[in-house]
Design a protein around this ligand. Structure first.
Ligand code: NDP
Ligand code: 8X3
Length: 253
């Protein structure tokens, strides 16, 4: 029988690449994101290409009521979620703490931390009922060490790191695995979002070295999701070879 993965933030980047990798391996998928047109395109393409079933669940993870209404309304045949990939997230701005836009701060905290909490709480009853499951949270190298101008984005990912540790302890009694994956720089729409459409600033982030691709990260997530029942990757940091940590990337030739 096909397994079922629920991926948040699947209209782009890691989430979309995860949808492709899981579908290629015959998993059925619940896809979330706010851009419904993109979700529909991905559903059509993956269903045709791989013969899997895809259920679209568009909502904004920041909106607590929206999250619970959507997830509570899943049809019974879509409630058997084996793996939840808490991927929806973003950075906004890259400015010193004293001048950064406080509205950006609110959105990062509401999305990266509170959104992850809401989605997890809404999905967990389905896993607990089945006595098992796996929650995979997208942290970042930014959550391992803060970097200059990273302030609240780094803090939101440090919070993902910490909450993953707490979830792991509390959910063991329900046989639910919790994995935190912490990628370094990966070329997705992330920097275009962070720099609010400034293509030059976004491109500069990936200049002079080969960053991770979305597929590199999705392959690692899939690996973590398909280990034997008694094996769990708790915490995993992956970077491209040129990157040593959140603030040091070697750009020499
Ligand atoms: P992208 O911008 O390519 O994708 C982000 C996804 O999140 C989109 O599908 C977007 O969909 C979704 N999203 C954003 N806000 C919301 C929301 N409020 N509700 C629902 N969905 C939302 O970035 P990445 O793929 O790179 O990022 C994915 C995750 O990985 C993020 O958590 C990011 O912080 C993290 N990360 C990224 C790294 C990188 O270098 N790229 C490195 C380490 C971690 P839509 O706009 O349609 O809602
Ligand atoms: C995203 C990677 O380096 O912009 O988490 O913080 S970085």
């Amino acid at each position: 029988m096909s397994k079922l993965v629920f991926i948040t933030g699947a209209t782009s980047g890691f989430g979309k690449a995860c949808a492709e990798v899981f579908a290629a391996n015959n998993w059925n998928i619940i896809l979330n994101g706010r851009r419904l047109d993109r979700l529909q395109e991905i559903k059509t393409q993956l269903e045709e290409q791989y013969g899997v079933n895809i259920f679209l669940l568009p909502f904004d993870v920041q909106q607590k009521d929206e999250v619970f209404v959507a997830i509570n309304s899943l049809p019974e045949e879509w409630q058997g979620i084996d793996v939840l990939v808490n991927n929806a997230g973003l950075a906004l701005g890259r400015d010193h703490f004293d001048v950064a836009d406080m509205e950006d701060w609110e959105i990062m905290i509401d999305t990266n931390l509170k959104g992850l909490l809401y989605v997890s709480r809404a999905v967990l009853p389905y896993m607990i009922k089945r006595n098992g499951g796996h929650v995979i949270n997208l942290g970042s190298t930014a959550g391992k060490e803060a970097y200059e101008n990273g302030n609240v984005y780094c803090a939101s990912k440090a919070a993902v790191d910490s909450i993953s540790k707490g979830m792991r302890i509390d959910l063991l009694q329900h046989k639910i695995k919790v994995t935190a994956i912490h990628p370094g720089a990966a070329e997705t729409e992330f920097s275009m979002v962070r720099f609010k459409g400034d293509e030059d600033k976004a491109a500069a982030v990936y200049a002079g070295y080969t960053p991770l691709s979305a597929k590199d990260v999705a392959d690692v997530i899939f690996y973590a999701a398909t280990l034997p029942a008694h094996v769990c990757i708790n915490d995993l940091v992956l970077t491209c070879t040129a990157q040593a940590n959140s603030f040091y990337t070697y750009k020499g030739s």
